[in-house]
Ligand binder design. Structure first.
Ligand code: DX5
Ligand code: ZN
Length: 236
């Protein structure tokens, strides 16, 4: 049984904590804590050392944590050939799979492979890629992910110059009445979360700001949920 992203609303700010910032020696403990803190899902950053200049974790880790977690697994594949791996990540326990439009595979085929594997599908753009690259797929996906850092590493600074792109995509989602989650990922914290929300990001990934929050994960999740007050306030 898969968790279904399509059941989640797009009119309030949800949080997907990135496991990349957790303690890899105590994954089950950190996942239990972030679940109790009220996380809406868990963001899994998979990197292949080719699409991005870093290697994170893959199938065996996801399989292991799946046994003890009841969260929706939101896999973010930063890999060259996402289509080829949709099935294995689904079998490992991913509920949702986001791939990059800049990957080497044909986006329509990747979306079909993800759906064929029983997952919901998301498409992502790196900072230098315009919104127009994903527009042809907007009515074929359940999520668009706008990167607010260059993918590859946690702990980088939020790129505010990505906000016009977020607004452009959110406006189109609302105009067409689509139920598409608009995710931002990279450098999200108490200061930048309301900014991303104001431009229309209703689903926010946060690694460092959740798993390493000085006042604990519950406080961190509360802060990001609080950005609902700012949602769409800067959509012109
Ligand atoms: C970067 C990853 C992000 C990253 C976010 O390539 O996609 O999910 O872990 O980390 P923070 O929130 O620390 O910027
Ligand atoms: Zn990510």
């Amino acid at each position: 049984m898969k968790y279904d992203l399509r059941q989640l609303p797009i009119d309030r700010v949800l949080v997907s904590p990135s496991l990349l910032a957790a303690d890899f020696g105590n994954l089950d403990r950190d996942i239990a804590e972030v679940t109790a803190a009220g996380a809406d899902m868990l963001h899994l950053d998979v990197m292949d050392g080719s699409f991005v200049p870093n290697i994170s974790f893959g199938v065996p880790v996801i399989k292991s944590i799946r046994k003890n977690s009841t969260l929706l697994f939101d896999a973010h594949l930063m890999i060259d050939h996402p289509g080829k791996y949709a099935e294995v990540f689904s079998s490992a326990g991913a509920d949702h799979i986001t791939f990059h439009v800049e990957s080497l595979d044909d986006p329509a085929e990747v979306i079909a492979a993800i759906r064929g594997a029983g997952c919901t599908a998301g498409i992502s753009v790196k900072p230098k890629t315009p919104a127009s690259a994903i527009m042809p797929y907007l009515d074929k996906v359940d999520m668009v992910l706008v990167m607010t850092v260059e993918p590859g590493f946690g702990g980088q600074s939020f790129m505010a110059d990505q906000m016009p792109k977020v607004a452009e995509i959110r406006r189109e989602i609302l105009r067409r009445g689509l139920k598409v989650q608009l995710q931002t990922d990279g450098g999200i914290d108490a200061k930048t979360s309301p900014v991303a929300a104001a431009y229309g990001s209703n689903l926010q990934v946060a690694g460092t700001a959740v798993f390493r929050h000085p006042e604990g994960m519950k406080k961190a999740v509360e802060i990001i949920h609080g950005s609902t007050a700012a949602l769409d306030s800067n959509l012109k």
